[in-house]
Ligand binder design. Structure first.
Ligand code: PXP
Length: 242
């Protein structure tokens, strides 16, 4: 599974800036349109339970106004399941969510939460939504995703992003090994969290990985260079790795 690596641009933090003042500016849907022009293949948005960035209205508008596929990140709750089924985005990525965390910290315990996740994965799939599980790159979590019948896993790259170089190489190998294991079991591997211009290339070079979801860095870099340029440069770095 080599070939073109898809870029999903996460626009949550455009909404974070908007919400700092209330009102409508900056508009995450405008950011999604610009990201599409700059080479994004999909838009990712996390409707958190506390609505701290993306809101229900943003999801309505993204579904109505954006041509790219939407990947809805969601907690494993009945409320989020109902919202997903009502909107039928292209994909839903189930993530762990704690109210007090600043961002998603670590992957989902797909192995430990098997019972609870099974019904959610099944109902999302029945609604025609491609389900992805955001997991740590471990054999145990891949095995749990296989047993849950998830078509996609997204490997959490947060540890990789924050480690120093020697430990980072070990973590990169874990991601690569788990990507190969996922493909062997018929699962499409994605990756994301904490990716930047400086650390994206080794992850993008893992041939089995089909998609990267990147947000915070791209929105931060956009302050200096503009969103079009930051997405464009990420796109080029990803392409250069293949
Ligand atoms: N993938 C998932 C599942 C996430 O929860 C996040 C953060 O919302 C990302 C990717 C993007 O991470 P970052 O904002 O650090 O690029």
């Amino acid at each position: 599974m080599s070939g073109k690596l898809r870029l999903g641009v996460n626009i949550d933090h455009v909404a974070t800036i908007r919400n700092a003042r209330g009102g409508d500016f900056p508009d995450p849907v405008r950011a999604a349109t610009l990201a599409a022009d700059a080479g994004a293949d999909g838009i990712t948005a996390h409707l958190r339970e506390d609505r701290r960035h993306i809101t229900d209205r943003d999801i309505d508008r993204l579904m109505a106004e954006i041509d790219l596929p939407l990947n809805l990140e969601m907690a494993a709750t009945e409320e989020m399941l109902e919202i997903a089924v009502a909107h039928r985005p292209h994909a839903a990525c189930i993530v762990p969510e704690k109210r007090e965390e600043r961002t998603t910290e670590g992957g989902l315990d797909a192995a430990g939460q098997r019972e609870h996740l099974a019904s959610l994965v099944e109902r999302l799939g029945a609604a025609g939504i491609r389900v992805s599980l955001f997991i740590e790159p471990t054999e145990q979590q891949v095995a749990a995703a296989v047993s849950l019948g998830a078509p996609v896993v997204e490997f959490h790259t947060g540890r990789y992003a924050h480690l120093d170089s020697e430990a980072r190489a070990t973590e990169l190998k874990r991601i690569a090994d788990c990507a190969a294991l996922a493909v062997k079991n018929g699962i499409e591997p994605h990756a994301g969290h904490g990716l930047t211009f400086d650390n994206v290339v080794p992850v993008a070079a893992i041939p089995q990985i089909a998609e990267l979801n990147i947000g915070h860095f791209l929105v931060g870099e956009a302050i200096f260079t503009g969103l079009y340029a930051s997405v464009r440069q990420m796109r080029e770095l990803m392409d250069s790795a293949r």
